[in-house]
Design a protein around this ligand. Structure first.
Ligand code: GAF
Length: 380
C-alpha cells in the first residue's frame, strides 16, 4: 500500500469516514546559510522528497482530534478555545501551537479530525517539525477555505514554534517547506522574504548522510546561539547582523567577548558565502561550490561551534573522495544530524561505499544515506 492509502485506511478506521482533505508538505535540506535566517540574512535550502502527510475532516464539536501513525497511533484531543501545551505527547504540541496562532489570525476556524504520518527522519536537521507545521496549516486552509498563502503559512508556523513550542527558530524551514520548487534550490533573503529559485545542475546529486548521532540540548544551544548573535548586534549598535560586515566587526572587537565575536564572524561570513554559492551554482562553478561549502563547515566547527566529531569525520571522508568535484558540509541547526553533499552523479556509489565502510568503524554509529531530489513546497 502507498503512504496515501495507508493514511486513508487509518483515517477510516479511527473516524468511520473518508477524509475530506489529504495534504503533504516536504522537509528540507539547507545547502548553505546556517544560523543566518534569524539574523535577517540569506539562506539557500531546497525542499526534499521526504515529508509529512495529513488526512483531515471538519468537525462541529469544537475539538481537534489527532492520531499520530508514527507514534503507534497515539491520539490527542483538545478543545479549540482552551489550548495549552501537553507534555505527555510532545508531537501534539506542534498541532496545538499551530492551531492556536491560526485561530488568532482566522477566528472562523473550527474543529478537525486529523491523521498524520511522515518520513522525514526526526531530529536529523531536515525540518521534520516545519514540515509537520506547514502540513497542518495546509490541511486547515483546505478544510476551512482560508485565504492563506505560503508566506503567511510559514510565518504562522514560525510563530507557533517561537511562542508555543519554545524554539526561537528563524523562517527558513517553514518557508522552504511551503514555497520550494521542483528541481530547484531557493535563495531566500530573510529580511525582505524575497525568493529566487535556481535549478540544481542535472550533473549533481543531492546526497544526505545522516550521522544518526542523537542530538542533545538542541533547543537550549540553539536559543543560546541566537542570543549571542543578538548581543553582538546590540553591542555594535545595529538592528541585526545582516547590517554588519567584517570591518564593522573588527572595529568593535574590543567591546565583544571572544565567543560573541566568533559567533558574529560566522554569521557575517556565512551570509557572503551564501550569496557566492548562489552565483557559483548558477554558473556551474563546482570548484567554488566546493570551496564555499568547505569554508561554511569550518566556520560552523570553529566559530559557531555547532558540529560534533562524527559530523566532522563524515565531512572529511566525503571531501577526500570529492577532491573539489563537489561540496560537503553539515546541514541544519547542528549538534548531530546530517551532512549534505552536492556530488557528481557518477560518485554516488563510491561515496556510499566509503561512508558505509569507514563511518561505523570510526564512530560506532551506522550512517543512513539518502539521494534526494528537490521538490515543490506545499503552497507552491
Ligand atoms: C533550524 C531552524 F529552525 C532554522 O530557522 C535555522 O536557523 C537552522 O536551524 C539553522 O540554519 O533548522
Amino acid at each position: 500500500m502507498t503512504d496515501l492509502a495507508l493514511i486513508e485506511t487509518k483515517f477510516e478506521q479511527f473516524f468511520n469516514a473518508q477524509p475530506q482533505v489529504m495534504v503533504h508538505s516536504p522537509g528540507r535540506v539547507n545547502l548553505i546559510g546556517e544560523h543566518t535566517d534569524y539574523n535577517e540574512g540569506f539562506v539557500f535550502p531546497a525542499a526534499i522528497n521526504f515529508g509529512t502527510w495529513v488526512a483531515g475532516s471538519k468537525t462541529d464539536d469544537n475539538q481537534v482530534h489527532a492520531v499520530a501513525m508514527d507514534y503507534d497511533d497515539q491520539t490527542n484531543q483538545f478543545a479549540i478555545d482552551n489550548i495549552e501545551t501537553d507534555n505527555s505527547t510532545p508531537w501534539a504540541n506542534y498541532i496545538r501551537g499551530v492551531y492556536k496562532v491560526l485561530k488568532e489570525a482566522y477566528p472562523q476556524v473550527g474543529g478537525a479530525k486529523l491523521v498524520i504520518t511522515g518520513n522525514v527522519p526526526q531530529g536529523a536537521g531536515l525540518s521534520s517539525s516545519a514540515s509537520f507545521e506547514v502540513a497542518i496549516l495546509k490541511a486547515f486552509r483546505d478544510l476551512y477555505q482560508l485565504d492563506l498563502d505560503g508566506v503567511q503559512a510559514a510565518l504562522l508556523g514560525q510563530k507557533a514554534e517561537n511562542t508555543f513550542v519554545g524554539c526561537s527558530c528563524g523562517i527558513m524551514d517553514q518557508l522552504i517547506s511551503a514555497m520550494g520548487q521542483e528541481g530547484k534550490a531557493m535563495l531566500l533573503d530573510c529580511l525582505s522574504l524575497d525568493m529566487q529559485h535556481i535549478t540544481v545542475p542535472e550533473s549533481l546529486s543531492i546526497m544526505i548522510i545522516n550521522s544518526n548521532v542523537k542530538r542533545g540540548l538542541v533547543d537550549s544551544e540553539y536559543n543560546q546561539r541566537r542570543e549571542q548573535c543578538e548581543e553582538a548586534a546590540r553591542l555594535m549598535g545595529i538592528n541585526s547582523l545582516r547590517e554588519a560586515d567584517m570591518a564593522l566587526l573588527e572595529s568593535n572587537r574590543i567591546v565583544l567577548s571572544e565567543v560573541v565575536y566568533r559567533r558574529a564572524k560566522h554569521v557575517i561570513t556565512e551570509n557572503q558565502r551564501t550569496l557566492d554559492m548562489y552565483h557559483a551554482l548558477s554558473k556551474g562553478d563546482i570548484q567554488n561550490v566546493s570551496k564555499l561549502m568547505a569554508e561554511s563547515h569550518a566556520s560552523m566547527r570553529e566559530d559557531f561551534e555547532i558540529t560534533v566529531n562524527e559530523i566532522d569525520y563524515l565531512v572529511n571522508i566525503v571531501s577526500d573522495v570529492l577532491s573539489q568535484q563537489g561540496g560537503v558540509r553539515m546541514t541544519g541547526g547542528g549538534f548531530g544530524g546530517c551532512v549534505v553533499a552536492l556530488i557528481p552523479k557518477e560518485l554516488e556509489h563510491t561515496i556510499t561505499e566509503v561512508v558505509e565502510s569507514a563511518y561505523f568503524d570510526h564512530t560506532g554509529y551506522r550512517p543512513s544515506i539518502y539521494i534526494c531530489s528537490a521538490t515543490g513546497g506545499a503552497f507552491a
